[in-house]
Design a protein around this ligand. Structure first.
Ligand SMILES: [Ca+2]
Ligand SMILES: [Ca+2]
Length: 255
């Protein structure tokens, strides 16, 4: 039985480099328009640009609600909403948090792929650290994106700017978070005594900790699920936290 072999003629061989160049050109043309993933890169602008100079359309709907959740006994993840005015301060003495961002409209998994949370975090000395966290969880049915993190990089007495970008580098939303353990009333200082944070705790003793009253979530500083003058008040008067403050200004991204 004759064995049939395909042959590549010299003329076909000559076409191979040309086909390779065409394939590479096509790949470059189709490549998403991205910013460097490292915001400390010298070429990072925060503003996505394409070969024609126009920003690409956002892949994801706008970010409308940002919440930090932490586990309060017995295993309840309770949220505090990060307000849009930049004044939010997270007072709980939690070892880790989750950040959940709710988007304005429905989206699918493919749209969420590659979304990144940029973080610029300023500490008391004024130094600012930049880092980026890749998406951990997607809940399209709730229109939410989730990150599990903390306290790495956002230690106590840090003011951080969080920016959600889609995989093209388009900005979907931004919030500022201050982290100050013990600052129940969120005024930027941990104070004891009349008008202080422990007085706020005393006023909430006996109230159930829950989303009906976010003040109760703020007052459960030790996250044991109830509000106590002693346990939660001791966080305020702890030498590590009493009279502490936040950096004066929130960081910005270099754009
Ligand atoms: Ca305070
Ligand atoms: Ca407590």
């Amino acid at each position: 039985m004759p064995h049939r072999r395909s042959r590549i003629t010299p003329r076909r061989w000559a076409m191979i480099p040309a086909l390779g160049i065409a394939a590479v050109t096509l790949l470059i043309a189709c490549h998403p328009l991205v910013n460097p993933v490292d915001p400390q890169s010298t070429t990072y602008t925060g503003i996505p640009t394409g070969s024609d100079g126009d920003a690409p359309d956002p892949i994801l709907p706008a970010a409308v609600k940002w919440e930090l959740t932490a586990s309060h006994n017995p295993g309840r993840m309770l949220p505090l909403e990060v307000t849009a005015d930049g004044s939010f301060i997270e007072p709980r003495n939690a070892g880790s948090f989750e950040l959940w961002i709710t988007l304005s409209d429905s989206f699918d998994w493919e749209q969420a792929e590659g979304a990144v949370l940029w973080i610029a975090a300023t500490v008391l000395s004024g130094d600012t650290l930049h880092f980026a966290l890749h998406l951990n969880e997607v809940a399209p049915e709730q229109r939410r994106l989730g990150w599990h993190f903390w306290p790495d990089g956002i230690t106590n007495q840090t003011r951080a700017r969080l920016r959600l970008v889609d995989r093209n580098g388009t900005i979907i939303g931004e919030r500022v978070v201050g982290r100050l353990i013990g600052d129940v009333d969120g005024n930027g200082t941990v104070e004891s005594g009349v008008g202080g944070d422990d007085e706020r705790i005393d006023a909430l003793v006996g109230f159930p900790v829950g989303t009906d009253n976010p003040e109760t979530i703020r007052a459960d500083l030790d996250l044991d699920g109830t509000i106590q003058s002693m346990n939660d008040g001791n966080v305020v008067s702890d030498g590590s936290y009493l009279d502490t403050t936040l950096p004066a200004t929130a960081p910005t991204f270099p754009d």
